[in-house]
Design a protein around this ligand. Structure first.
Ligand SMILES: [Fe+2]
Ligand SMILES: [Fe+2]
Length: 242
């Protein structure tokens, strides 16, 4: 039954389906573009050659992810670079990081949010998109674990932990924004069309659950105000992760 719903080429799309795929690619394009820019700008904060090379490799990967989204969008007749430029302007520009710690927090949260978005499309009904997602996911997991290692090390020092907590609050809110509002008509359509499997609220909860063990290792807490609309029963308890 599921196989019957697969879409192999843009010509087989309804206008509504095509619009939704374009929206998904636009938000992924913005995330990849921002990640490439943030990481490359942050090279200046990295102290050693080895770690600089490591981060430079991640920049190239983000650019490859971006290129993949541009190609898929072009197949649908659009120019994603122009769309991304406009959207980034609306966000007030790329939120560049100001320290190595902030880069680590950005990777821990923002890359991981990107991973949770993408994981939804691993089996998505638009086959050309599903095909590229697997490769990107493996690389995103590597990026976020790099961030976690740096955070855990920094948080051994109480003064640094306070700084990391502030950065964590800022990037958590920004990362949660990327999930979009829960329970919308767009969510329902994307699920019914086989483009994703869960509502944004459920994906947000899965993301929250995934950051809890890293938070526990660092001694971080959730801020009292997440700064975004969340599902009513969002579980922020940390006891099980400790
Ligand atoms: Fe990426
Ligand atoms: Fe990444």
């Amino acid at each position: 039954m599921a196989e019957l719903n697969k879409v192999h080429s843009p010509v087989a799309m309804t206008p509504e389906y095509k619009k939704m795929v374009m929206q998904l690619l636009e938000s992924q394009g913005v995330r990849e573009f921002m990640a490439a820019n943030i990481f490359s700008d942050a090279l200046k904060f990295i102290p050693t050659l080895r770690l600089k090379e490591f981060l430079a490799k991640q920049v190239v990967e983000e650019l490859e992810h971006y290129e993949a989204t541009l190609r898929l969008y072009r197949d649908l007749g659009g120019d994603l670079e122009a769309v991304v430029a406009e959207k980034v302007k609306q966000y007030g520009g790329v939120p560049y990081v100001k320290s190595w710690f902030e880069l680590a927090v950005c990777q821990f949260l923002y890359d991981r949010a990107g991973e949770f978005h993408l994981a939804e499309y691993r089996q998505c009904s638009y086959v050309p998109y599903a095909k590229i997602v697997g490769k990107i996911l493996a690389e995103e997991e590597e990026h976020e674990s790099f961030g976690e290692r740096v955070m855990v090390e920094a948080c051994r020092t109480p003064e640094y932990r306070r700084q990391v907590q502030q950065l964590f609050n800022k990037w958590l809110s920004f990362s949660l924004t990327s999930f979009g509002r829960p329970g919308t008509a767009g969510n329902r359509f994307a699920i019914a069309a086989g483009l994703k499997t869960r509502d944004s609220g459920e994906v947000m909860q899965a993301f929250i659950n995934d950051i809890k063990p890293g938070m526990a290792k660092c001694g971080l807490a959730f801020p009292s105000d997440l700064g975004v609309e969340t599902p009513v029963n969002l579980d922020l308890s940390l006891s099980a992760a400790a």
